[in-house]
Write a protein that binds this ligand. Structure first.
Ligand SMILES: [Zn+2]
Length: 291
C-alpha cells in the first residue's frame, strides 16, 4: 500500500473545514509487538496512537506531544507520544481486560493529561482532557471544543494490521453567515459518519475523500511519513540508574552481576556492569586506572 504509515492533510474548501487522515502500519505493528495486548486494550492503544498523530497535525509544538492516562481501572497506564518529525511511540499497561467503554470505566480516571512541549527551551504546557463519552474520540472532541473553540471531531479505528483515523475541524475564518458554517459542519460530520472502518483501511485516500466529500472540492496535500521512534538511549538509561542511587545500584550488581534495563516502548536492552555503574556515579568521567 502506498499510503502506509502516512498522514494526509486536506481542505474542504467550500465547507471551510480542514481534515487530517492517518494510517499507521509498521508503526502500529512495532507498538503491538511489545506485549500480548488483550483486544480491548489493543483497541484503546490503537485509537490513542492514531489520535496523537491527528492532534500533532493540528497543535503547534516543536518538541514532544504526549497523551497519558493513569488510573485505578482495568487499563492502569496509557502513554502515547509523538514528535514534530512524524515519529511516535506508545504503550499500555493493564490489570485485566477492560470493557469496550465508556472510557471512564476503561481507565478508572476522570481525566487524561496532555503535554505539549514547545519553544526553544522546551516549555511544557500541561492540559487536562476530561474523560467524557464512550471513546477517546468523544473526550478529544470535547477537549478541542474547549481549548481551541473550534468544532472538531475524531473517527478512530484499528485492527490487527492497521490503525487509521480521521479528524475534521471547522476553520476559524469568520463567515458572513455563521449559520451557513454550522449547517456545513453538520453536513460534513454526517458524511464522515458514513465511512465504514473497512473503507477507511482499504480505499485509497484520494478515492475515499472524493467519494465522501464529492460536493466539497477536496484539496489534498502531499502525505507526511510517520514511523515508530523511541527516544530512549544509553545516556537516558544511565540517568535512571543514577536516580536509584549508588548503594542500591551496587546491590543489584552484587546480586545479578549486572543491571539490565529494557525500554518498555521499544524493547531495546541496555546492560550496565560494575565498571559502568562506577562511571555513572563518578559523573561519567573517565578516570585514569594507573597511578
Ligand atoms: Zn526505547
Amino acid at each position: 500500500m502506498s499510503d502506509k504509515d502516512s498522514r494526509y492533510r486536506f481542505l474542504l474548501e467550500k465547507a471551510n473545514v480542514r481534515g487530517v487522515l492517518v494510517h499507521l502500519d509498521d508503526t502500529w505493528q512495532e507498538a503491538l509487538s511489545r506485549a500480548e495486548y488483550p483486544p480491548n486494550v489493543r483497541r484503546v492503544l490503537g485509537h490513542a496512537m492514531t489520535a496523537i498523530q491527528l492532534m500533532a497535525s493540528t497543535i503547534k509544538f516543536t518538541g514532544k506531544l504526549t497523551l497519558q492516562a493513569r488510573g485505578s481501572g482495568p487499563v492502569s497506564l496509557l502513554v502515547v507520544q509523538a514528535n514534530a518529525g512524524g515519529g511516535q511511540r506508545g504503550l499500555a499497561q493493564w490489570r485485566e481486560e477492560p470493557p469496550e467503554g465508556p472510557l471512564s470505566e476503561v481507565f478508572g480516571a476522570t481525566s487524561l493529561s496532555i503535554q505539549i512541549e514547545s519553544g526553544k527551551r522546551g516549555e511544557i504546557y500541561q492540559g487536562v482532557v476530561e474523560v467524557k463519552g464512550e471513546g477517546l474520540q468523544d473526550a478529544l472532541a470535547n477537549y478541542f471544543e474547549h481549548s481551541e473553540q473550534l468544532p472538531t471531531r475524531f473517527w478512530l479505528y484499528c485492527n490487527d494490521q492497521r490503525a487509521s483515523g480521521l479528524l475534521l475541524q471547522q476553520l476559524p475564518e469568520a463567515s458572513t453567515q455563521p449559520e451557513d458554517d454550522e449547517d456545513n459542519w453538520n453536513r460534513i460530520a454526517l458524511m464522515a459518519d458514513t465511512i465504514a472502518a473497512d473503507e477507511l483501511y482499504e480505499l485509497g485516500v484520494e478515492q475515499l475523500l472524493g467519494r465522501v466529500f464529492s460536493e466539497d472540492e477536496v484539496r489534498l496535500y502531499d502525505p507526511e511519513p510517520l514511523s515508530f521512534e523511541c527516544n530512549c538511549s544509553r545516556e537516558r538509561t544511565a540517568g535512571l540508574i543514577e536516580g536509584i542511587g549508588r548503594e542500591e545500584a551496587m546491590d543489584i550488581i552484587a546480586q545479578e552481576g549486572q543491571i539490565e534495563i529494557i525500554c518498555e516502548f521499544c524493547n531495546s536492552k541496555n546492560v550496565f556492569d560494575s565498571i559502568d555503574v562506577e562511571t555513572i556515579f563518578r559523573g561519567g568521567e573517565e578516570s585514569p586506572t594507573v597511578h
